[in-house]
Design a protein around this ligand. Structure first.
Ligand SMILES: [Zn+2]
Ligand SMILES: [Zn+2]
Ligand SMILES: [Zn+2]
Ligand SMILES: [Zn+2]
Length: 182
């Protein structure tokens, strides 16, 4: 969870544009058996603080409810707006920032360009999956990769030298042979 968001500073009751017909109430824990809820914002399961409409069983992570309704991201020149119902249900949008498949949950979108982005990507919050990938990439230090490149180049140079040597020898042999026949 985002450390900047202190649940104690959050209002107990909000009206959110994703669910304008009823106010949403802040819950510290899901009132369900099993202790988790499905977020109607990002589609993922949640166990912590949520905003909930008790009339409709509408739940969103507290953090999803506090996503800015519009933002700008360096990967796109226009402002991106938070969209609660992606306009196409048949074709899953793909994220213009990470290139992964999108979901049909909330996403950031530039309507005029058809540019979509995951909420986490647009907010520069790495998803758990991306965090793992990034760690794996870090486990391969830069210097080791450079070392392997140098060996590769060295071997290529040696092979080239070897081949040139053979070509030279062949040339000499042919020349000698022609010479001997005369
Ligand atoms: Zn969520
Ligand atoms: Zn409701
Ligand atoms: Zn993304
Ligand atoms: Zn655009």
């Amino acid at each position: 969870m985002d450390q900047r968001l202190d649940p104690h500073l959050m209002p107990n009751l909000i009206t959110h544009p994703s669910h304008p017909i009823h106010p949403l109430t802040l819950f510290a824990a899901p009132p369900y058996h099993g202790g988790s809820f499905n977020c109607d914002g990002c589609g993922l399961q949640g166990t912590g603080f949520s905003y909930r409409c008790t009339t409709c069983d509408f739940d969103v992570h507290m953090i999803c409810a506090t996503n800015p309704l519009s933002l700008s991201h360096r990967s796109h020149p226009h402002q991106l707006n938070l969209v609660f119902d992606p306009p196409y249900q048949t074709r899953a949008p793909s994220c213009g920032i990470c290139d992964e498949a999108g979901s049909n949950h909330w996403l950031y979108r530039c309507v005029s360009c058809g540019f979509d982005a995951h909420m986490d990507c647009a907010n520069n919050r790495p998803s758990p999956q991306q965090q793992q990938q990034r760690q794996q990439r870090h486990q391969q230090p830069r210097e080791r990769r450079h070392g392997r490149d140098n060996i590769g180049t060295l071997m290529l140079t040696m092979v080239q030298g070897f081949l040139e040597g053979i070509a030279h020898q062949v040339g000499e042999m042919v020349w000698k042979c022609v010479c001997g026949c005369d």
